[in-house]
Design a protein around this ligand. Structure first.
Ligand code: SF4
Ligand code: SF4
Length: 426
């Protein structure tokens, strides 16, 4: 496996958007009559589920699919389960969704409150995984990984989103409280926070290293922060966690502070919604709110063949339905008009070299794509650095032949994992 160093970034200078100096509060979306909750566990039609259609649930109730399940979703409302079904995500990943029809009368359960005075990782992992911002609590409880550095992301990693910057600017006290709680729970020795380098008002807290991030895309992506500021370059295929570093959105830290302060779970997710004309709306919606409810609030029309992108324009992925819910880790949603969808072609590579020059991980993309197009995933990894890609999407953006390079790469990585899993199982 070749290991290439990050050495350069040439080509287009794409600048990430900056939050306004005096931003407006996010617009609150009313809690809808029906919520959709996603659970990252596949539904097995041969087994009896713990929760059934017609069951009632309370606000704050954890929903486990089976007796032995460790994954859970938390219901932000009290109501009745009207549907449980399979959800197919990117690359055929299977999850399960519950539809909860909300009751007028709110009833709550709060198993977390009795543990809220003594923050511990176990309690947090048992109750707080679905908090807005999705704090990666399981990274700290994984016995196979030793996390020694936590990086709080106060910068948005893709273009056009300002969700994290808004929260960094407006919730400094809660960020400090969240850091204190997380430090208490994990004993983690090193904590850093990313802030926009051009933001006058940054952040400061005792024992927290401030990492000033350039506005140039993709400087705020975790692998770039690791390389530029922590001087760590993960081996090809290795994650940040494999190197002892975990990243958490600033919203995850704020949510921890709010949950421990209120002694109850919180459900309001902040996100940036980008309209077809590029207008940005900062929104607060309860987790589980179907996206069409948000679009309706701003009179955003979607027509046939328009695309809904979850995540930013460079690294996001398409949602298949307007009923896709707001999830704990969703920072950005964009509607692309069918006329604006980047044109892709099946023309061959003309060897212009733009993708190679722009790649921050120095991947020989022009050669790599030939192997991916031929489904030669292991060769692509062994000889052409498939696993060194940090998934910034710049190669697709610059490609003269409009080859969907990033999509080929993501599919290639997924197939490689499948092949490795198959080999291990055999
Ligand atoms: S997405 Fe393309 S440009 Fe970005 S790191 Fe991967 S190969 Fe390089
Ligand atoms: S940018 Fe596109 S056309 Fe140019 S070398 Fe890379 S893959 Fe080939």
């Amino acid at each position: 496996m070749i290991k290439r160093s990050f050495i350069k970034l040439t080509g287009p200078r794409l600048l990430c958007d900056r939050v306004e100096p005096d931003p407006k509060k996010p617009e609150t979306i009313p809690i809808p009559p029906r919520l959709v909750l996603l659970l990252h566990e596949p539904l097995d039609s041969t087994r009896e589920t713990l929760i059934k259609k017609g069951d009632t649930v309370k606000r704050g109730e954890r929903l486990f699919l089976y007796k032995e399940s460790t994954e859970y979703a938390v219901s932000p409302v009290s109501g009745t389960i009207t549907s449980i079904a399979s959800y197919t995500g990117d690359f055929g990943t299977i999850a399960t969704y519950f539809i909860v029809e909300r009751d007028e009368k709110d009833t709550a359960v709060n198993g977390f409150s009795e543990f809220a005075d003594t923050p511990s990782l176990k309690t947090a992992d048992d109750f707080l995984r679905s908090l807005p911002g999705a704090p990666p609590l399981s990274h700290f409880t994984d016995p196979d990984r030793k996390i020694n550095t936590l990086v709080i992301e106060g910068t948005d990693s893709d273009l056009m989103s300002t969700t994290r910057q808004y929260l960094l600017k407006t919730a400094k006290d809660e960020i400090s409280q969240g850091i204190h709680i997380l430090r208490q729970m994990t004993g983690i020795p090193k904590i850093a926070i990313t802030v926009p380098e051009d933001a006058g008002d940054g952040f400061s807290a005792e024992g927290v290293q401030v990492l000033k991030i350039s506005q140039v895309y993709p400087k705020a992506l975790p692998h770039m922060v690791m390389k530029d500021h922590l001087e760590i370059i993960p081996d090809p295929g290795a994650t940040c966690e494999d190197c002892g570093v975990t990243f958490v959105s600033v919203e995850g830290i704020i949510s921890l502070a709010r949950a421990f302060a209120k002694k109850e779970l919180v459900y309001d997710k902040t996100l940036t919604v980008i309209a077809k004309d590029g207008t940005r709306h900062l929104v607060q919606a309860v987790i589980g709110t179907p996206l069409h409810r948000i679009f309706k609030q701003f009179n955003l029309q979607t027509n046939e063949k328009d695309r809904i992108i979850i995540g930013g324009p460079m690294t996001g992925h398409a949602a298949y339905t307007l009923y896709h819910p707001v999830t704990p880790d969703m920072d950005t949603v964009q509607i692309q008009d069918r006329e604006q969808i980047p044109y892709v072609s099946d023309y061959p590579c003309i060897n212009c070299g733009k993708c190679v020059r722009v790649c921050p991980a120095n991947v020989p993309v022009n050669l790599l794509v030939r192997y991916l197009e031929a489904d030669l995933y292991e060769e692509a990894a062994d000889s052409f650095d498939l696993t060194s890609c940090i998934e910034c999407g710049l190669c697709s953006y610059v490609c003269t032949a409009r080859i969907p390079l990033f999509q080929y790469i993501r599919l290639g990585k997924h197939q490689l994992i499948e092949l490795e899993t198959e080999a291990t199982n055999e």
